[in-house]
Design a protein around this ligand. Structure first.
Ligand code: ZN
Length: 409
């Protein structure tokens, strides 16, 4: 068994780890269950949320056995919000690559690289999920099917030459061995190249109570300081950063080899100061975050219980990994939510991990609309609300769990 708590920060190496939010045993948040397997025991692991008091990174121990994610269910192309976002990112990367190779690690179904290809860029994806690589190939994106490692980096460099840009969106937060990962980056990256990371920004996660961002596959919720320190440890340097609204508030961080780096931009300095001001290195900040998470659970359960007592019907919108953290932590299951709907066809017909709530196509909402929809994919609420204007016009109501539970009026 791998240990369920960490003694050292995986970004900066500090041993000042503070366990602030133990959430109990959870199955992997993307391990959806086939109905015929509902009676079989599912593996579950403690979700012990810790913070590093030297760099502010929130993290959980890497406990899930290797090979769990060869058939991965998250496909971002479903959300229209992400199309525009990835098109913008592709433009930025194509610009920096200036005709050189762009390698996207964790390329998923190739949505972002497809945009880059259409801009005339030279691209290659790396992803361990063979089923997604097939989808990427249909989008005209070449994928090297593998987990990224220094060995993979060497193979790719031998075959394709050095990368001018290496990007990775919402992938670094899934990586257990960050130092090994960055060693691989250095091996594949041209000496004057760019390593571009996009992940949710830890300061936003704390400020808006996003404890649901924590699950076993999301090993780390990164602060900018954690990436600055990780880069320093590995002979690289953070040179710039930009902010983006996706996934509850993300940062796009630009890293170069130390020799090519130069001084950090004013925005890097500003965001680090904001992290300090938010107390991202203080134990009290995380104690207060944990207390708010428990309060949110109580408030949400009360809203749902009151509605059920009135005879209301409730379903959930979205079956994202974060929703599974929330449902399992707050012990909300099929006794409360009749079903979940999700636009990802791969999830439809399955049961949610842990609580085993059936997942349907959103089309069911038109046939027999529930009185209330608990929006588990709250980070796409504007888009969801736009799609469900008829549901709302007919009297359907939304419940948002975060930043604080409320019924949307
Ligand atoms: Zn740290």
């Amino acid at each position: 068994m791998r240990p369920s708590t960490m003694t050292h920060c995986r970004a900066c190496g500090s041993d000042r780890m503070f366990l602030f939010l133990p959430m109990g045993d959870h199955p992997p948040a993307n391990m959806f269950v086939r109905p015929e397997q509902a009676d079989q025991p599912q593996p579950a692991f403690p979700l012990n949320t810790q913070a590093c008091l030297d760099c502010g990174m929130i993290q959980v121990a890497d406990q899930i056995p290797d090979g769990f994610f060869r058939h991965y269910l998250y496909i971002p192309s479903g959300a229209a919000t992400m199309h525009g976002h990835f098109e913008g990112l592709a433009g930025v990367l194509a610009d920096r690559a200036d005709g050189g190779l762009i390698v996207d690690i964790g390329c998923n179904d190739g949505l972002m690289l497809g945009f880059a290809n259409r801009m005339g860029a030279k691209t290659l994806g790396i992803d361990p999920a063979a089923n997604l690589a097939e989808k990427a190939a249909q989008n005209g994106v070449e994928v090297h099917v593998a987990y990224f490692s220094p060995e993979t980096a060497g193979e790719v460099r031998a075959k394709h030459g050095p990368a001018q840009v290496i990007s990775t969106t919402n992938t670094l937060n899934h990586i257990g061995d960050l130092v090994g990962f960055v060693d691989g980056i250095k091996r594949l990256l041209a000496d004057d190249g760019w390593f571009v990371i996009e992940v949710p920004w830890g300061r936003e996660i704390v400020a808006t109570n996003q404890f649901d961002n924590v699950y076993h596959e999301h090993l780390s919720e990164m602060s900018l300081r954690s990436l600055v320190k990780l880069a320093e440890r590995t002979g690289m340097a953070v040179v710039d950063v930009t902010r983006h609204p996706v996934h509850g508030g993300s940062m796009r961080v630009f890293i170069r080899k130390a020799e090519a780096a130069g001084p950090p931009s004013a925005e890097v300095v500003r965001m680090l100061a904001e992290e300090d001001a938010a107390g991202m290195n203080d134990q009290a900040t995380f104690e207060s975050f944990a207390a708010r998470a428990h309060d949110i659970g109580e408030a949400l359960r009360k809203i749902l219980a009151d509605l059920k007592a009135e005879g209301a019907t409730i379903a959930g919108y979205g079956a994202p990994a974060k929703g599974n953290t929330l449902l399992n932590f707050f012990d909300i299951g099929p006794e409360t939510l009749d079903y979940l709907v999700d636009r990802n066809p791969l999830k439809q017909g399955l049961l949610s991990p842990g609580k085993q709530i059936p997942i349907h196509d959103p089309a069911v909402l038109a046939d027999d609309p529930p009185d209330y929809l608990l929006v588990l994919a709250w980070n796409f609420f504007d888009e969801i609300r736009g799609q469900l204007s008829a549901y709302e016009a007919d009297g359907g109501r939304f419940i948002l769990p975060l930043p604080y539970p409320h019924i949307v009026i």
